[in-house]
Write a protein that binds this ligand. Structure first.
Ligand SMILES: [Fe+2]
Length: 264
């Protein structure tokens, strides 16, 4: 077995850790895999620096967490690994509002991974928020109220949902729990949550407004500065994220991979 030098440095008080001593361009040892998997469960977002990766490396690392989703814009050899490039305006890869990926589907992705080949000289930042912390900051009264409710998440609300052939929406409980740890979490999406089910429209609007403000509390989040060679992996089940588009002029380019849900 390879001797592992893997180590963790916390990036925030309740979310985010940098993993050092791991070279993702080679097959990880069993101990390294276990270390990284546990780190993802513990810290929700993992940041690796100074990696030199090809699509084959990204695919090998990502598929250790679950099945990968082929993408129409993926390369011919590795359709699960999609090149992206964002310039002055963010494209659909890099949402600039708090969101979790694919909440409009019955089984939202387990996680996503971004590898950066290019980044502006001044760097670029991504922000991640811990939805366990968002749940724990609710008042007991609000927790009781939200636990009884579901919300409809609808992709057609977003600017990139309008070109979908089929309207995609799904209803999820507002208070859920993590599939691995069972820890409770707030499941709300500022982009896709269209309405709170079963309550009058003004009440739905008011609750959505409150939750939008609540999840944006900076106490729940961490900002991560990415550079060429950075890889960010996040647990999509208990986090939200956004890109801070504050670095023009410049562009971000790299490879994106999505890890599908492993629960049927
Ligand atoms: Fe996203």
């Amino acid at each position: 077995m390879t001797t592992s030098q893997a180590a963790i440095t916390l990036l925030g008080s309740n979310i985010g850790a940098q993993v050092s001593g791991v070279d993702l361009s080679r097959e990880l040892s069993g101990a390294e895999k276990a270390f990284v998997h546990q780190a993802l469960i513990d810290h929700h977002v993992l940041f690796f620096r100074d990696q030199s990766l090809e699509p084959v490396d990204i695919k090998r690392f990502a598929e250790g967490f679950g099945p990968l989703a082929p993408h129409p814009r993926g390369g011919p050899d590795y359709p699960e690994v999609m090149p992206f490039r964002s310039k002055q305006e963010p494209d659909f890869i890099l949402g600039t509002e708090w969101h979790t990926d694919g909440s409009y589907s019955e089984h939202p992705p387990l996680g996503s991974m971004l590898y950066f080949r290019e980044a502006p000289e001044a760097g670029a930042e991504l922000a991640y928020a811990n939805m366990h912390a968002a749940f724990e900051a609710l008042s007991p009264q609000m927790t009781v109220y939200l636990k009884a409710l579901t919300a409809t998440h609808d992709v057609s609300r977003s600017r990139f949902g309008s070109d979908r052939q089929v309207k995609t929406s799904w209803s999820h409980p507002l208070i859920s729990s993590h599939a691995v740890t069972g820890r409770p979490l707030l499941y709300f999406n500022s982009v896709y949550t269209a309405r709170i089910d079963g309550v009058p429209t003004p009440e739905s609007r008011a609750i959505i407004g409150f939750l939008r403000e609540h999840v944006a509390n900076p106490y729940f989040s961490v900002r991560i500065k990415v550079e060429p060679g950075s890889l960010v992996l996040w647990d999509n089940r208990c986090t939200q994220h956004l890109a801070l588009w504050n670095f023009a002029p410049g562009s971000l380019a790299g490879l994106r991979t999505q890890i599908e849900s492993v629960t049927p």
